[in-house]
Design a protein around this ligand. Sequence first.
Ligand code: GLC
Length: 561
Amino acid sequence: MDVPVLESEAEATTVAGAPVPSTTDPLWWRSAVIYQLYIRSFADGDGDGTGDIAGVRAHLGYLKELGVDALWFTPWYASPLADGGYDVSDYRQIHPAFGDISEAEALIREALALGIRTIIDVVPNHISHEHEWFKAALAAGPGSPERERFWFHPGVGPNGDGMPTHWVSNFQGETWTRTTNADGTPGEWYLHLFTPEQPDLNWNHPDVRKEHEDVLRFWFDRGVAGVRIDSAALLVKDPELPEVTGDEPAGQHPNTDRDEVHDIYRSWRAVADSYPGTRVLVGEVWMPDPVRFTNYLRPDEMHTAFNFDFMARPWKGSELRESIDSMLAAHAPVGAPSTWVLSNHDVTRTVTRYGREDSSFAFATKRFGTPTDLELGTRRARAAALLSAALPGSLYVYQGDELGLPEVEDLPEGTRQDPMHFRSNGVDPGRDGCRVPLPWAGDHPPFGFSAGTDVQPWLPQPEDWGRYTVDAEAADPGSMLSLYRAALTIRRTLDGDESFRWLDSAPDVLCFARGGGFVSVTNLSDRPIDLPEHEEFLLGSTELVNGQLAPDSTAWLRAQH
Ligand code: GLC
């Protein structure tokens, strides 16, 4: 194993003439730009219609040029893909469609040589029903030690045919599935907060704790710079299995955000801190209460967590201002930087969402046929890209957002894969529409996603995506890609500065100053506005009109300081 070095190696400052971000800075994560790479849909190196590590390695130059500091890979492990890989059957193997461990090691090394770190996904709440542990638990039967790693439970009632609780799944529907005993009789039930193919682990069991710490070490030993922690607030359950009432005191919900969950992240932090360089823990924590949320970011727990509050807000000045204020205020006491996220592999694409009358995001309101003005959505997404990139903290860019890809809502019948869609009986469109393979070049599918023209990508791309290809956008200075490239270059000049100060403005205008005289102004009102005093106009999401900033636009300025 050829282990990449994150910290002590002599730091290259340029690769092929381009500046390389520091790979030695222990605080790199506080202001990093992290590209979320959904590997199945990024680039297909071997021509089977599924993205893979070979495809990523072939396009590292693209990511370098975009200007990102790190890549977060959604799960790339062995998995039956019942939930797009969030059903892991073996953490120490790469899914054969994506590559193998040696390719992953090579990728980590090659990316680092370009100054790009690698973050992997860990899914501790559950594993795949095809994981050895679960297969052993089913085989070993009721009362066995193998079953204690999960939540097996007898059913309620004389025949045991009532499920132990009526907790509702995050994917809708039931959270318990009944097993069948070896003799064919109905057996115990097991808990799954997501699909039946994702049995929940019992985090009171020492094997579960030790195994995950070993998995962290396995990947840290291979040079990964951090882990994104899936469904991080769900791990600990009340062993009494009470029903959810909805009025539990904070920290005492039967399966979400229980106080004991923090011990797990303290021990993970100790593992991360035992490695040289900063190996970061990034939490997926959906939590409406900002203080309960930032509890996960206390100095001995995670480094950062996704700021879904900002992501879910509608395109409205007062809403975004309130979110920025409450998030910065909640982060301050724990000393953690905020993150800024506009979308990910679970939510509606940014240009689509911002083009709707209700531009907030909620899983419960996703429906087919919602009217969308893509032109307006794209204009706002451009403004939002600059707004979020100007805020202090780390920035996440979900692959394809830099191209302005819309949500694909008319996937052909029979091509959808997402269990969220099926478990809602087809009412929820599901998440396939934001996971469609990237268009790289050309005028017809697969648009350079796969080499060869006759390959069918695992999810079909719309015929008219020629205008969104990397090639087309790279050649167009007015494209979303050109905007992102310019923005990330300028953002780098902030050089880790974490200062933030609102400047006076109308309520529907978000205007703030950062270090070095950097000023960002976003116009969410319905009329053009004058720019604040400045020395230099750095970048705009739209052209100025008569020197004014048009509605739904952001400008970056340099003021005297
Ligand atoms: C997280 C992931 C999502 C997955 C779920 C279950 O929310 O982001 O894609 O389906 O966890 O693992």
